[in-house]
Design a protein around this ligand. Structure first.
Ligand code: PMP
Length: 408
């Protein structure tokens, strides 16, 4: 079994030097790096089994189809769903846009679609545009003092007009883990008809997710934030709901019959996956899930909590630094964003880059949240299983030097 410290060895890119320094990658909330076995899976597929999937009888086609469908099973098991409930998409953004399109007809003029104040633009704009098309209202739920979605505000704003509620599991800026089960209970108690979407983009690589116990209607996430390739996402939906929904796009591979007058669809998930899917990347995503289920990787995932505590404690010692999000680290997952008094986050990130440390700076696709916090931008460090305490310590030293140099 690999010790967490040796986990880095499995990620070839982490051997890189940046500005003559050993790379410390703290931008995994944007995208994680990929372990060798995922890189190998991509190459292996293209060199041994490459063919189109479904409706094929030749050997390569059957192999490709089996591997593609095996990933669906792995994803289903990973989030405790069944295979008919797992639709492959291009990513979280694509999954949400598909939902906004497929749920559109349930929204009438003056109806309401509800999101929270901390949403990524990808879980805001698709709903905003849906409201614009349907003359409906976008309602925004606020945060409590611990920066969670405020249950009291949610309760107060829900009504029979609420048709869709879509909110994030783990915030990509505040790092807060929202109490999704409790929030969903509140919604179901007040409005049984509202469809509930959870954006799990920042949760799946850090927390055990059980969509059945969460009791959401839909749960969406991206493979590239889970050690898998870019260009693959997941839309989980309760089977009974997917059965009723019309697809958002149409074409080959999704039909039972076609005539010039009328077409009929296969069952879910195939009716939602027209055209040639992203076969190789889906298959390599299956390998990423195998990676995530190794005991040592799960252990390293547990240890991310210590990295957050350490980074939080060290950042708190710096008088010019303000940390965004909850003070209680047990409410956090994956990341810490902060501001430095009188310094622009881009300058801080550029300064850290000189020490080989990769962090993200900007509004992180959450302009309304930053506005609510009274800032334009922030710097974010985010963690994954390949990060160590040494990474955090080196980064904090680099941050102190950067602040000192910029404040001169
Ligand atoms: N939601 C959240 C919370 C995110 O962090 C992200 C990615 N930063 C997205 C949605 C969008 O994911 P993608 O770019 O993979 O579609």
């Amino acid at each position: 079994m690999t010790a967490p410290k040796e986990m880095k060895e499995e990620f070839p890119i982490l051997k890189r030097n940046v500005h003559g320094k050993q790379l410390i990658y703290l931008d995994s909330s944007a995208t994680t790096q990929k372990p060798q076995q995922v890189l190998d899976a991509l190459r292996h597929f293209y060199t041994t089994s490459n063919a189109n999937v479904h409706r094929v009888v030749h050997t390569l086609g059957e192999e490709a189809t089996a591997l593609y469908e095996q990933t669906r099973k792995k994803v289903a098991d990973f989030v405790r769903a069944s295979t008919e409930e797992i639709v492959f998409t291009r990513g979280t953004t694509d999954s949400i846009n598909m939902l906004a399109c497929m749920l559109e007809s349930s929204v009438q003029p003056d109806d309401e679609v509800m999101i929270s104040a901390m949403e990524h633009h990808s879980n805001l704009i698709p709903w905003q545009q849906l409201c614009k098309r349907r003359n409906a209202k976008l309602v925004v739920v606020g945060m409590n003092q611990e920066y969670e979605i405020d249950p009291a505000d949610l309760k107060a704003k829900l009504s029979e007009k609420t048709k869709i509620v879509s909110f994030v599991h783990v915030s990509h800026v505040l790092g807060v883990i929202n109490p999704v089960r409790e929030l969903i209970k509140i919604i179901r108690n007040k409005n049984k008809e509202a469809r509930i979407v959870v954006d799990g983009a920042q949760a799946v690589a850090h927390l055990a997710v059980d969509v059945k116990s969460i009791d959401c209607d839909f749960y969406v996430f991206s493979a590239h934030k889970m050690y898998g390739p870019t260009g693959v996402g997941v839309l989980y939906g309760k089977k009974a709901l997917l059965d009723k929904l019309e697809p958002a796009s149409f074409g080959g591979g999704m039909i039972t019959s076609v005539s010039f007058e009328k077409s009929t669809w296969l069952d879910s998930p195939h009716k939602f996956e027209p055209g040639t899917p992203n076969i190789a990347d889906v298959i390599a995503f299956g390998t990423a899930i195998d990676f995530m289920q190794r005991d040592d990787v799960k252990k390293a995932q547990e240890q991310e909590k210590d990295l957050i505590k350490l980074a939080h404690a060290e950042l708190s010692k710096l008088s010019s630094v303000t940390i965004l999000g909850p003070k209680d680290c047990s409410k956090r997952s994956g990341l810490i964003a902060f501001t430095v008094k009188d310094l622009h986050p881009h300058d801080v990130a550029t300064g850290l880059d000189q020490y080989g440390v990769a962090v993200r700076a900007g509004h992180h696709c959450a302009m309304p949240l930053h506005k609510k916090l009274g800032i334009d931008a922030s710097t974010r460090m985010s963690f994954a299983v390949y990060n160590t305490k040494e990474d955090v310590k080196t980064t904090l030293e680099a941050l102190k030097k950067t602040i000192a140099a910029l404040k001169k």
